[in-house]
Design a binder for this molecule. Structure first.
Ligand SMILES: Cc1cc2nc3c(=O)[nH]c(=O)nc-3n(C[C@H](O)[C@H](O)[C@H](O)COP(=O)(O)O)c2cc1C
Length: 220
């Protein structure tokens, strides 16, 4: 599966089958997380078999089932752009996982930091987690805002690569599907900004990763 296909096929999955992630896939995820941590300075962690993390009222209310594996997005709390970097590298892992046949769901609210086994040092902050496993289903496409609300470039002025990036950005997961971002083109460069809203910076990193992966152009 190619990355653009993974972007199209990825949807949030909250009900998982009661089967473990095979060692070979877990090892590949661990290796990828290690590389991403080295590149970003994050301390992301693959947590296998820790269902207590999702043993909360909100998780049940949110219809999570058999959620026991996840990736914890953790980093230095003094890093100003921690949320955005966490979103960016987390989405990279989400799409790789999709290509491995695994399903995911970003989770910032419906989990318990306290009950989980996540290792966060004093100077670190847990940004959020990403539930991962074999879904009972593959989720369904989210509703998107009209493209004019998310991008201020007229259709006729969009280079082909920009259109590809934009389509992938519209498919990106955002907290409560809020899509609080704006994509523009400045001096031929794609620029994505976040509106002021909770978790919008995590979303921004996610949206930038999708745009870059599909368009091959680095975003500002
Ligand atoms: C930063 C972030 C936090 C999220 N937190 C939660 C959460 O706490 N509980 C939940 O059920 N879904 C959560 N989601 C999933 C969103 O609701 C979902 O991505 C959005 O509705 C779009 O749907 P899709 O992922 O299927 O495209 C979160 C998504 C993001 C990006």
């Amino acid at each position: 599966m190619e990355i653009k296909e993974a972007i199209k096929e990825r949807h949030s999955v909250r009900q998982f089958k009661d089967i473990p992630i095979e060692k070979e896939k877990a090892d590949r995820l661990t290796e990828l997380i290690k590389e991403c941590n080295e590149e970003s300075g994050l301390n992301m962690q693959l947590m296998l078999d820790d269902p207590a993390c999702f043993d909360t009222f909100l998780a049940h209310y949110g219809r999570f089932k058999n959620a026991r594996n996840y990736i914890a997005i953790v980093g230095d709390k003094s890093k100003e752009d921690l949320d955005e970097i966490g979103g960016y590298y987390g989405e990279k892992i989400v799409l790789e996982a999709q290509m491995m046949g695994l399903n995911t769901c970003w989770v910032a609210g419906t989990y318990s930091k306290g009950k989980s086994r996540i290792n966060a040092a004093d100077g670190e902050r847990i940004v959020c987690v990403i539930a991962i496993g074999y879904g009972e289903n593959s989720g369904k496409p989210h509703r998107s805002k009209p493209v004019e609300k998310l991008c201020n470039v007229p259709e006729k002025d969009m280079p082909d690569w920009f259109r590809e990036g934009l389509d992938a950005a519209l498919l990106a997961p955002t907290a409560v599907n809020q899509q609080k971002f704006l994509i523009s083109l400045e001096d031929g460069e794609p620029v994505i900004s976040a509106k002021n809203s909770p978790l919008a910076k995590v979303d921004l990193g996610i949206v930038k990763y999708n745009f870059e992966a599909a368009s091959g152009h680095k975003c500002r």
